[in-house]
Design a protein around this ligand. Structure first.
Ligand SMILES: Nc1ncnc2c1ncn2[C@@H]1O[C@H](COP(=O)(O)OP(=O)(O)OP(=O)(O)O)[C@@H](O)[C@H]1O
Ligand SMILES: [Mg+2]
Length: 211
């Protein structure tokens, strides 16, 4: 299984999502980000680092791998294509802010020439003042991302929610996935329950559609 995580906007959450997947599923992680701290998190043999403008090498079919792309490479570049064309799925993180929505939608349109196996993850979802809901799928942030996708994308794209959480910083502080942190810390198990369940939904989607 190979998964590309890409969206041309920075800070959408590509690296935290890719890292959590690599940790939980014991995948290798392939990155073209010039400054990364993955070597403090993953064993050396599971990190493949290439220069920002270098194409990714073709990797064997049976390699399990997640490509964490730098937001600075444009969607129509050969760099993005070199990862996407060998991936079973592309995850596009988008948050509810105009620049992220724009670049996310543009990324999907460009990527759809190579693959339509695309999962949008609505990231950094916030509860706005006065909002009441129990399911994050009903939040304004998530609804807006879904609405924009439906308006501008003319093929089926699944969209899953991922609420804003400090756990995405904790992954790098502790070098562990959300589930791994929760296993060791009872308080974290309580605090991160919702976001962990949302991430489980992403895994369930991957296994159901591409397992
Ligand atoms: N639900 C969430 N999903 C992803 N990131 C989140 C979420 N909630 C909070 N964050 C925070 O948002 C930031 C997003 O990560 P980051 O800036 O590395 O994204 P990126 O898409 O990899 O950016 P770049 O294009 O610069 O590589 C992190 O600091 C992370 O902790
Ligand atoms: Mg990144």
């Amino acid at each position: 299984m190979k998964i590309t995580v890409y969206s041309s906007k920075g800070s959408a959450g590509k690296t935290p999502i890719a890292t959590n997947i690599a940790l939980d599923r014991e995948y290798a992680l392939c990155t073209n980000e010039p400054y990364h701290i993955l070597d403090t998190i993953l064993p050396e043999e599971r990190i493949l680092s290439v220069a920002p403008n270098e194409d990714f090498p073709d990797l064997p079919d049976d390699y399990d791998m997640v490509f964490d792309l730098a937001g600075s490479v444009p969607a129509n570049s050969s760099v993005v294509e070199s990862a996407v064309r060998q991936s079973n799925l592309v995850i596009v993180p988008i948050y509810n802010e105009i620049k992220s929505l724009n670049s996310g939608i543009n990324s999907i349109i460009v990527l759809s020439h190579i693959t339509k196996n695309i999962l949008v993850v609505g990231t950094k979802l916030h509860k706005k003042q006065g909002e009441i809901f129990t399911d994050w799928k009903d939040s304004k942030d998530f609804s807006e991302i879904k609405r924009m996708i439906a308006e501008y994308i003319d093929f089926d794209v699944a969209v899953l929610p991922l609420k804003y959480s400090k756990v995405f910083d904790a992954i790098f502080e502790k070098g562990k996935s959300i589930r791994q942190i929760m296993k060791r810390e009872p308080l974290a198990a309580y605090t991160y329950k919702k976001v962990a369940k949302q991430f489980d939904e992403i895994y369930a989607f991957i296994d159901k559609n591409h397992g």
